[in-house]
Design a protein around this ligand. Structure first.
Ligand code: 9Z3
Length: 319
C-alpha cells in the first residue's frame, strides 16, 4: 500500500462524473426549493445529506472486477425516512441498487409475493401486505416524493462518491451552512488510482496480478476544513473488534473534528450503536423487533443538531 494521496491529486486524476451538469442543476433546484425566504432573510428548513451503501474500487478502467465494501444501504434508507418524518429535507447519496427509503420491506427474492390477481384479472396488492404497502406509499407521497424534499443521487465507485460529496458540500448552502452530513456509507480506504489502473480486463494468462493500492485521501478532514466548515458532521465508525471501537471513534471525532461519531460493530450493528460526542458516550439499543434502531438515532441527532443551530445563531447575534 502506498501513502495517503493528497485530495487535489485524487480529484485531478479521477474520471470526471458523466452527468455532472445535470447533478449540479438538480442540486441548485433542491437548494432553492428548500430555502424559504422570510421577511428577515433566508429561513431554511433543516437539511441533511445522508450517504448510504458501499463504494467500489474498480480494478480495470473498463471494469469487470472490483473491490467492494460491506453495506446493504438499509441504515441510510431507514434513516432517510426518519429524517423526512422529522421535517428535514434530505439528499440521499446512495449506491446504485442498494436499499431505498420506503421500499425496505419489499421481499428480496420476488416482489411478486406482494401481488395477487383478482377475479377481473386485475393485479392488486395481496391482502397480507395491504397495510405495509399503504403506509409506505402514504409516507413516501406525503413527505418525500410529493414534497420535493427528497433528492436521490447515485454512485457506484469511490471516484463518483467523493466527487458527488464535494458537489453537495460546496454547492448546497442548506447543507454546507449548518446543515447536517450523516455519513453512513461504507467508504473504501484503499483504491487503485485511475492512471495506474489496467485499461482492459486483466488476463489470467499473465499469472496472478500484482497491484499496488493507494490510500484514499482522508476526505472527512477536507469536508470539515474546506468544503463545509459550518456543517454538523456525523460520521460512522465500523469495526469488528470491540476492544478498539470506542477508541477509534474518539480518534475520528478529534482528528476530523466531527460533531458526532456513531460507533458500531459488524456483529451487532442492527441492535445497538454508541453515539460518541466530545465527553459523552451514549449506547442506543433497539427495544424490540418491530422498532427501527434508526428511529432513536435520528431523534437524538435531530435534537443535537437543533441545539447546534441555535448555538450558532446566538453566537452570530453576539458578534
Ligand atoms: C456504518 O458503519 C453503517 O452503520 C453500516 C450499515 C455500513 C454498518 P447497512 O448499510 O450497514 O445497514 O447494511 N457505516 C460506516 C462504515 C465505514 O466505512 N466507516 C469508515 C470507518 O469505519 C469511516 S467513513 O473507518
Amino acid at each position: 500500500m502506498v501513502g495517503a494521496e493528497d485530495p487535489e491529486t485524487f480529484f485531478e486524476t479521477a474520471p470526471p462524473l458523466r452527468d455532472a451538469d445535470a447533478v449540479r442543476t438538480k442540486l441548485q433546484e433542491f437548494n432553492a426549493r428548500n430555502s424559504i425566504i422570510s421577511a428577515g432573510g433566508v429561513d431554511r428548513r433543516p437539511t441533511v445529506c445522508v450517504t448510504s451503501g458501499g463504494t467500489t474500487v474498480p480494478l480495470e478502467q473498463r471494469c469487470v472486477r472490483y473491490i467492494d465494501n460491506f453495506s446493504s444501504g438499509h441504515r441510510g434508507a431507514a434513516s432517510t425516512e426518519y429524517f423526512l418524518k422529522a421535517g428535514y429535507a434530505v439528499i440521499f447519496l446512495h449506491r446504485r441498487g442498494s436499499c431505498q427509503p420506503y421500499c425496505r420491506f419489499l421481499p428480496d427474492d420476488s416482489f411478486l409475493k406482494f401481488l395477487d390477481v383478482n377475479e377481473e384479472s386485475k393485479v392488486q396488492v395481496a391482502e397480507s401486505h395491504q397495510t405495509a404497502v399503504k403506509e409506505s406509499i402514504w409516507d413516501y407521497c406525503k413527505v418525500g416524493y410529493g414534497g420535493g424534499s427528497l433528492l436521490k443521487l447515485q454512485f457506484t465507485t469511490i471516484f463518483e462518491y467523493l466527487q458527488l460529496l464535494r458537489m453537495v458540500a460546496t454547492s448546497v448552502s442548506t447543507v454546507g451552512q449548518r446543515g447536517m452530513f450523516y455519513l453512513a456509507a461504507a467508504v473504501s480506504d484503499f483504491y487503485v488510482p485511475w492512471d495506474s489502473m489496467a485499461k482492459h480486463k486483466i488476463q489470467s494468462a499473465g499469472g496472478p496480478p500484482e497491484m499496488r493500492l493507494s490510500q484514499v485521501p482522508k476526505m472527512l478532514a477536507v469536508l470539515r476544513d474546506q468544503w463545509a466548515p459550518l456543517a454538523f458532521c456525523v460520521s460512522f465508525k465500523l469495526e469488528t473488534n470491540s476492544d478498539i471501537l470506542v477508541q477509534k471513534a474518539d480518534m475520528a471525532l478529534n482528528k476530523y473534528k466531527m460533531n458526532i461519531v456513531v460507533a458500531n460493530l459488524l456483529a451487532t450493528y442492527k441492535e445497538q450503536v454508541i453515539i460518541v460526542t466530545n465527553g459523552a458516550r451514549n449506547t442506543v439499543r433497539r427495544r424490540n423487533s418491530d422498532e427501527d434502531l434508526e428511529e432513536q438515532i435520528i431523534k437524538l441527532l435531530a435534537q443535537k443538531h437543533s441545539k447546534y443551530i441555535c448555538g450558532s445563531q446566538m453566537d452570530a447575534t453576539r458578534v
